[in-house]
Every structure is written in C-alpha cells, then in structure tokens.
Design a binder for this molecule. Structure first.
Ligand code: BDP
Length: 713
C-alpha cells in the first residue's frame, strides 16, 4: 500500500516537472509578442509609468483588444498587471481619440496626418503616456507600436512618435485548400480547421489576428488561388464568416480566391462566359449572399488562364472582361477584385518572362476602378533573385498591387535560414524609371489609387506557426514593409531579433548578421549570377538543372539556364527574346548591354561563353564555381555564429535552429555539388584546380527522387 502511494507520488512529481518544463520552455508559439520581463531597473520604472491603462469612450471589440494587449504586454515586461481605472492622473497610458480626449488635454494634442489607421505615441510628462489615433484600429496599432518600442529597449520618457501605413491593403494570401493541405506550405496543415468551422473557433485564430495586427496586416485571403468552386457555396461562406468574425476586431478583412468557372461548375449556369447575363447575375447574387454574412468582405482574388486555371480567355474574352464582371458584382458592396498577372500559356512559345507584360500592358485603362492587377515581384516566379517585374509602372491607368512569396517554395522550404527582408527591399527600392527617375517600386505602389501589397503566407498548424523559428521573421518583415515600403530590412531584422530572441546587443548583432547574409547565401548555392528555376520538378525541392524532358518547355530547368558546350544564360537582349525592352528605356539599356548589366543578373539577360573574362578577373565558369562555393561557406559561417550563441538563447529553440542549419549546410553542399557536376559535364570543363570535387557522380544526383516532399499539390 505504502509502496503504491509512494509510486503515485513520484508519478505526480514527474508529471508536474514535465508540465512545468512544457509550460516554460520556449517553443516559438509566442512569435515576437513574448513580452519577457525587462531588466530590473527598467521594469520598476515601467511599473510606475504604466500602472494604469485608461481607455475612455465606448469599449468596442477593437479598443478592448488594444487594452488587453497592453495589459498582457506590460504585465509581462514589467511583471505587474496594470489596473484599468476610468481615469488616472499619473502612472497611466491613455488611449485617446479626438472625441475621447480628456477635457484638460483638449486643443493640446494634434491628430494631424494620422489618417484613419495611424497613431501617435506621446509622453506628457507627469508619468502619462498617450496613444492617440483617429480610430480604434489606430489605437490598436499604436498599442502594438508602444509595446514594440518597450520590447526593443525604448522607454516612456520624451516619446513623440507618429506613424501611419503608406499602403491601403496589406494582405496575406493563404494558399490553403479545403482539405487542409497547403500548396507550397511547409508549416504543417492549414491554420484553418475548415472541418470544425464554423462551430469551433481555434484559439489560434485570435493569436493569428494579434500577430498580424501587430505589424499592421489588414487583409487575408483564406484559400488557395488554385481555388475550388465549393468555397463559394453557403456551407463554406459560413466557415469564412466565422473566421471573419474573429479577425474583425483586429482590423483584418477576409477575402476569398474565386474560381472563375464556379457558376458553371456548381451547375448554376451553362457557361462561365463573363459577358453572359446569367453568369453576371449569378456573381452579383453571390456577392449579395457573401456580404449578407460577411458585411466587410474584402473581395475576390483571381488566378485565371494560368497554369490550367479557367478564365475569360476560355470564352474569347480578355482579362479585363473577366475582372470587370466580378468588379461589377462587388462594387455595390465596396469590394475589390485582385486579378493576378501571373499568367503563362502552353500555347505561347515566347519567353515566359515576357508573357504577363505582353498580355496585360495592352489592357491598361480597361479595368474597372475597383480592380487591382496583382503582379509578382519578378517576371518568372518567386525565384531567389529576379529582376523586378516589367509591369511595375507600365500600366499608368491601372492599379497595381505587388505580390511577394513569404513561404519559401524556392528558397529551401522551412529548413533553410533565408531572411527575405533584403529581397523585398531590393525589389521595393528598385527604380522603375517609369515617368522619370526615382520612381521606385515602393513609390509607385504608394501612389496607386487602390494601393496594396500581398504576401503568400508561410503560416500553418505547426506550433511555431511558420515551420521554423527564423521563418517567423519573414512574416514579420513582410508586414512591416507592407506598412512602410521604404523601410530597412536590416532595421526590421534587429527589431525582430530583439523581440524574438534576446535584448542583448551582441546577440542581436550576431543574429542580424546571419539574417542579412542568408538570402545571398541561398542565391549563391542555388541559382547564382542570374540563373533561375533549377529546382526539382513539381515539388521544387533540391537541384535538378539537368531536367529537359517535361511537356512544356518552360517547366524545364534547361529552358532557363540554356547551358551547353558553348556557354550558359538566357539571351533576353535584341539578339534573343528581347525581354529587356519591356523595361523603361534606362533599364532596357542597362540590362541589354553586356558591359552594364548588374553582375547578379548577368545570366538572366545574357548568354555568356564559359571562358569569357568577367570584371572579377575570373572566367564565367570559374565565377560560377566561386559563387557555389561562397554560398556553402556562408552557411558554414551561419552555423558557427549560431553555435556561439548556445548559452544566450533558450535551449529548445537553440536546438531547433542548430538542427535546421545542419540540414541547410548538407543541402547547400548537395546543391553546389549537383549543379557543378552537371555544368562541368555540359560545358566539358574541369573544376578549377584546388576546388573540391562533387561527392558523387552526376548520375547519383540525377537519380534522387522525393515523392513525399511537402507542399506539393
Ligand atoms: C508557382 C507555384 C504554384 C502556384 C503558382 C501561382 O509553384 O504552386 O500555384 O506559383 O502563383 O510558383 O499561381
């Protein structure tokens, strides 16, 4: 008996120990909203200065969310939960709008320039801090901004910061399917537990909303662009409405991807022709039905006549005909159409990089005013590096939205550390030279009447949301740059590292250093010098530059690199496809000229002989080898830097990242070896003396198969 009691006691103790370890171990769920206690003296100051949270006026769900977040945040940072009195003279954070400003402050606080979503953080002295905004959502954004400020080492003294978003629509695009798989998802299943919706609302939806609101994301497309018609049936609209209800207080609108042939596929019409009255009527009624359930529904995202998806061209109509038909249905409700420009057709033999521009440019001016054309950052497809898309700035009479990929379909899935901030920044800061010098992509986006930016989400059911701890940074930086497209990727990385890992300056420096070097490392070990699309067929995992037997030419890596005994690269100048002339004249000249093309885009625009000398002093062949080696070496450096942080980062996350960096190094070597084995064979050249030989013969790399690679539709 006594023995049994003892055994149960031991069992209970073991359970309790296990439980507390689970409760306290960092597992990444908290993202950048960890609110870990500040250093003792700062904590004490904050306890005084933020002892109260005062939020006068009607307690809307949005204002409540702001108060809750401040309570949670300050409770963590200061280790003291603030009180929420009706008013407080000192030791208070006040959330105020023009109509709720306390009498003694009337006329003393300016809300100018904050717009509908901006905020102002202002120290009043006497231990009062204002979060001022014109709307509740501005107050929520301001609350998150204040917490960010505190989390990254800022204090409440002398504070006067105003900020507001430069783009109207800052959106995530989920490529999530109704069966909960995620196209190009590497973070588990879809976050949307469709089957249990609308009756069960996973607590994650609220945390998702908090995370998005913390960076200002205000729209989300719930389902895959390769959309199922069923998503527009009442049963699924109800599920979307339940999600919309959770996201609404956080300022996030729900959108749906619409399958163009839905009325026909659902058996309601005999065709999906956008000019057919019955079809138009079906979409108008569908919009009415959706808005009756989701009053602030954002609109439709559409992939049409691309990669086998149905579209208006199936009926001899144009993209504008298709988009405008949907726009007319949404217009009475204030909704918009995001019509994707990612098109390429099996019947078009021209350079794939030219097709979107060729199809869309002539339609400029024909789109309704509630349509925006959503353009991928580059002309091919989310590659580690591409030049900007030539459509940026080329359609002055049409609203254009930029589309980035946050999920790393082409940059090593979840296991490679690749911080995408520098890539987004590179695109946003590129001068389009449209309408004069200085017209960067960011500036053009900000000037659009329907302005916006979209990112293909990397969020799933994994405990850490994004499949890896560092991939959280890509969600974060996307949101921050969507808010402020001229922001700096390095600053954002520092901010993220401080909130996510440690406030120790040395740790921040090291993590930021790793992040800032990581994207170029991937470019180097996968597709250096302007190469693109050398990935494995279908799943896009690992190298396969040798593939040249797929049904459509532009599915083959060999189509992109064009390597043979004579040289390598895609001639997109006047002697080749002439894609360069789709850019504004200064760019066309720059890219089209072998002497002036940026070295990182050489093989994108030019074909070069293997033995041609480059400004680096190396031949093209030696340069290629140099880049592949440099990429592998950079991953080694990241691993060493991380190893040096062992005692400075919590053990569970430290181990996760270490494991992934080891995978990344193996795979970087695999990429380098496979590509060099292949290019050596086609070029008939030996690796330069002193270069490490690939670990296996080319045939070994060619024989690798990955039938269960994730994210593959
Ligand atoms: C490609 C993806 C494919 C997407 C497509 C798109 O491989 O899964 O459906 O982009 O953007 O990169 O529509």
């Amino acid at each position: 008996m006594a023995n049994r009691t003892l055994r149960s006691l031991v069992f209970l103790l073991v359970m309790a120990a296990g439980l507390s370890a689970r409760v306290f171990a960092e597992d990444g769920y908290d993202l950048w909203l960890r609110y870990q206690p500040l250093a003792a003296p700062v904590q004490a100051e904050l306890r005084q200065a933020a002892a109260h949270i005062v939020a006068p006026g009607a307690r809307t769900p949005t204002l409540q969310a702001a108060v809750d977040e401040l309570v949670r945040g300050i409770g963590g940072l200061a280790r003291q939960v603030p009180a929420i009195p009706e008013s407080a003279e000192s030791g208070a954070i006040l959330l105020v709008k023009p109509d709720t400003l306390p009498g003694n402050l009337k006329g003393k606080v300016s809300f100018d320039g904050l717009g509908q979503e901006g905020y102002r953080l202002l120290s009043l002295g006497g231990a009062q801090t204002l979060i001022a905004a014109n709307s509740d959502i501005g107050l929520l954004y301001g609350s998150f901004a204040l917490l960010r400020h505190l989390q990254t080492g800022g204090g409440l003294q002398g504070l006067d910061i105003s900020d507001s978003p430069r783009l109207q629509r800052r959106m995530l695009n989920h490529w999530d399917n109704p069966d909960r798989t995620v196209e190009r998802g590497y973070a588990g299943q879809s976050i949307w537990d469709w089957w249990k919706l609308p009756d069960h609302l996973d607590a994650r939806y609220t945390d998702y909303a908090r995370a998005n609101a913390s960076v200002g994301i205000n729209g989300t497309v719930l389902n895959n662009v390769n959309a199922k018609a069923e998503m527009l049936t009442p049963r699924w609209i109800e599920k979307a409405a339940a999600v919309a209800d959770v996201l609404r207080p956080y300022g996030i609108r729900v959108y749906l991807s619409a399958r163009f042939s839905a009325p026909f596929e659902l058996g309601a019409t005999a065709t999906a022709d956008p000019l057919d009255p019955a079809v138009r009527d079906w979409w108008a009624k569908k919009a009415d039905e959706i808005y009756a359930t989701i009053p602030d529904f954002g609109g439709f995202l559409v992939k049409a006549n691309s990669e086998g998806q149905p579209g208006p061209q199936d009926y001899g109509r144009s993209h504008a005909d298709g988009a405008n038909m949907l726009a007319a249905a949404l217009k009475p409700h204030g909704g918009i159409v995001l019509w994707r420009a990612f098109v390429y057709s099996e019947t078009d033999a021209t350079d794939r990089a030219k097709q979107a521009y060729a199809e869309f440019k002539p339609l400029d001016g024909q789109f309704a005013d509630n349509v925006t054309v959503q353009v991928k950052n580059g002309p091919i497809d989310f590659q580690p590096r591409e030049p900007i898309h030539p459509l940026f700035g080329a359609m002055p009479e049409t609203s254009v939205t930029a589309e980035f990929q946050i999920t790393k379909e082409y940059l090593g899935f979840a296991t490679h550390l690749a911080y995408l901030g520098p890539m987004y920044e590179e695109v946003l800061k590129t001068d389009t030279f449209r309408g004069g010098e200085g017209q960067t992509v960011a500036k053009l986006l900000m000037a659009e009447p329907l302005s916006g930016i979209a990112g293909v989400a990397n969020i799933g059911s994994d405990r850490n949301w994004s499949g890896s701890h560092f991939d959280q940074a890509n969600w974060y930086t996307f949101g921050r740059l969507a808010w402020s497209p001229e922001g700096s990727a390095a600053d954002i990385a520092r901010e993220w590292a401080a909130m996510t890992f440690s406030r120790d300056r040395e740790v921040i420096d090291k993590i930021t250093g790793m992040m800032m070097a990581s994207r170029e490392a991937v470019v180097d070990y996968m597709t250096p010098m302007g190469l693109a699309h050398l990935m494995g067929t279908g799943h896009h995992y690992g190298p396969a530059p040798w593939v040249n037997d797929l049904a459509r030419p532009e599915w083959n890596p060999a189509y992109y690199h064009r390597a043979d005994a004579g040289g390598i690269g895609f001639d997109r100048t006047a002697t080749g496809s002439n894609a360069a002339v789709q850019y504004a004249a200064p760019h066309a000249a720059l890219y089209g000229n072998r002497q002036t093309v940026p070295p990182e885009l050489l093989l994108w625009f030019h074909r070069a002989g293997w033995d041609e000398a480059l400004p680096s002093g190396r031949t093209v062949w030696a340069e290629l080898v140099y880049h592949y080696d440099r990429g592998v070496a950079a991953v080694g450096t990241m691993r060493r830097t991380w190893a040096g942080l062992e005692v400075r980062v919590d053990p569970a996350r430290f181990r996760d990242v270490s494991d992934f960096l080891a995978i990344q190094e193996q795979e970087a070597i695999w990429w380098r070896d496979a590509c060099l084995a292949y290019f050596a064979a086609v070029s008939g050249r030996a690796l330069p003396p002193g270069t490490r030989l690939p670990a296996h013969p080319l045939s070994w790399y060619q024989a690798q198969q990955f039938p269960y690679a994730p994210g593959h539709p």
